[in-house]
Write a protein that binds this ligand. Structure first.
Ligand SMILES: NC(=O)c1ccc[n+]([C@@H]2O[C@H](COP(=O)([O-])OP(=O)(O)OC[C@H]3O[C@@H](n4cnc5c(N)ncnc54)[C@H](OP(=O)(O)O)[C@@H]3O)[C@@H](O)[C@H]2O)c1
Length: 288
């Protein structure tokens, strides 16, 4: 991992993508679940040096983020902004329109990363595979035009990626999938690595569920850290782009203070052994 440039979080490395760009390994999540806090986002940008923000049309906060980014005075070129295409906009023409609308709501001229949010297309009379393929064709065009500097998918399993491989020209740069101590889909991580797809993990705290687990509490005590810092540091040491969400300034500060300690290999193995297959978000395994 190379150190991220610019004035971002001290010590935050960036992971290289197949297209030569680099994504900061730690970013701030936003979502409709649990609310949105303008003050927390401004604090994250101004006081914590956070430069990577993850959002989605689905979360309904793209225009709120525009306000927070403006207020923070952080320059566009110093930010990494990811947003996602919701299934109501899948299809070739809709995708291109939805991307422009997301850019407009965010107040930006380009996206650093645009993701197909979910593999299920919900289009009557067309297979999911067909819709994903035509949607991806639009994503490739958005990438070629420079409107999206990187493109990827989210919640895609190996089967979905294998189909897309046959149907597309550009391999997704990123796959964003649920990843925390209870959900460590190693086969998918390995598959992505062999294809040069960067694995990004969401819900790194298992929506807070992991923070009360005795093993995590014990490791937090051992390292003099908080349970959230143990989960985030573990994910990063496993080479995963990690995007915890909080609506509280002090927790955001805590969640980004993870570059001044290292979890020993045997403790990483203990955390790796906690996988029990549970999802705290969506389970895409039934989507064909
Ligand atoms: N691609 C997808 O389909 C998908 C799906 C889900 C999520 N995501 C992305 O991943 C991001 C993170 O996921 P998530 O928000 O679902 O789960 P998460 O980051 O695992 O957990 C967030 C929860 O933990 C609490 N929390 C945060 N920091 C804490 C700390 N230091 N101590 C105690 N509690 C803490 C938050 O509450 P407070 O706000 O009260 O601090 C919130 O309830 C989302 O914001 C979104 O960007 C993507």
């Amino acid at each position: 991992m190379a150190a991220a440039g610019g004035g971002g979080v001290r010590g935050c490395p960036a992971l290289p993508l197949a297209n030569g760009r680099s994504i900061p390994v730690l970013g701030l999540g936003t979502s409709h679940q649990g609310g949105y806090s303008h003050d927390a986002v401004v604090h994250a940008l101004q006081k914590c040096g956070i430069r990577h923000i993850d959002t989605a049309k689905r979360y309904g906060c793209e225009s709120l983020l525009q306000k927070a980014i403006k207020e923070s005075s952080v320059k566009r070129e110093d930010l990494w902004i990811t947003t996602k295409l919701w299934h109501s906009d899948y299809g070739y023409e809709n995708t291109k329109k939805a991307c422009l609308e997301s850019c407009e709501r965010l107040g930006v001229e380009y996206l650093d990363l645009y993701l197909i949010h979910w593999p299920d297309a919900h289009v009557l009379g067309k297979s999911n595979r067909e819709v994903r393929a035509e949607t991806w064709r639009a994503m490739e065009e958005l990438y070629d035009k420079g409107l999206c500097r990187s493109i990827g998918v989210s919640n895609f399993l190996i089967s979905h990626l294998e189909q897309l491989k046959e149907d597309c020209m550009i391999t997704p740069h990123v796959n964003q999938v649920e990843y925390h101590p209870f959900q460590r889909p190693q086969e998918l991580v390995d598959y992505c690595r062999t294809r040069d797809i960067v694995f990004e993990g969401y819900c790194p705290l298992a929506k807070g569920e992991a923070l009360t687990h005795p093993t995590i509490i014990q490791l937090a005590k051992k390292y003099g850290r908080t349970p959230a810092q143990i989960c985030i540091r573990w994910s990063i040491q496993n080479g995963i782009v990690t995007i915890p969400k909080s609506t509280k300034a002090e927790r955001i500060q805590e969640n980004f203070k993870v570059f001044d300690f290292t979890i020993a290999e045997d403790d990483i193995e203990i955390l790796n052994g906690m996988h029990d297959g549970r999802h705290v978000s969506w389970d895409p395994s039934l989507i064909v």
